[in-house]
Ligand binder design. Structure first.
Ligand code: IMP
Ligand code: MG
Length: 182
């Protein structure tokens, strides 16, 4: 296991350890057990949202005990100029998801707007089921009514990095999760 520095600097900010790799891996193992039970015989298709969820996806899939598939997609958002709000586009989905059991894999749900628009786009393609698996969620930041089926850790409104998550491009490679120091 990599040695953990208690504090690190990324760009202009200092971060401190929030969750160690072993705690994160243990929680992901529990999530994998639960998903393996719930999706036995259903051959789920995981849609891993890039970039942030790559490390969570790798860890979770190694721990699953059932047949499954994975595809990596990107959600691009454009700031809307009209009052109708933001526009979101889904990039990289080549699979036919109709009648498939779909599990979205996300690193962290903040306002929930990304997942909400993604769910709308995917629902249009008639999956057999559509659920969300996220490593982190910030319930206090949630702005929409969203059902998250599998949540690794519910956290306060901290800005966090590591285990796939970044601060302006840095920090994704960290194997522990760090929160901003104040
Ligand atoms: P939402 O649409 O507000 O839920 O934003 C979700 C996306 O914002 C996540 O997929 C992350 O890419 C990013 N994000 C939200 N909170 C954090 C954080 O604390 N650290 C790093 N990225 C974050
Ligand atoms: Mg993300």
């Amino acid at each position: 296991m990599t040695k953990i520095s208690p504090k690190i600097a990324l760009h202009d900010k200092v971060f401190e350890v929030y969750l160690e790799e072993s705690q994160i891996e243990k929680r992901i193992a529990d999530m994998a057990d639960q998903i393996s039970k719930d999706y036995e015989g259903k051959r789920p298709l995981f849609l891993s949202i890039l970039n942030g969820s790559f490390m969570f996806a790798a860890s979770l899939l190694k721990k699953l005990q059932i047949d499954s598939e994975i595809s990596f997609v990107k959600v691009a958002s454009y700031q809307g100029t009209e009052t109708t709000g933001d526009h979101t586009e889904l990039i990289g989905l080549n699979e036919d998801i109709s009648n498939r059991h779909i599990l979205i894999l996300e690193d962290i749900v903040d306002t929930g707007l990304t997942i909400q628009s993604l769910k709308r786009m995917l629902t249009d393609q008639n999956p057999a089921s559509l659920e969300v698996t996220t490593l982190f969620s910030k319930p206090e930041a949630l702005q929409v009514d969203l059902m998250l089926k599998y949540v690794g850790f519910e956290i306060p409104k901290y800005f966090v990095v590591g285990f796939g998550m970044d601060y302006n491009g840095l920090g994704r490679n960290l194997s522990s999760v760090y929160k901003i120091s104040d």
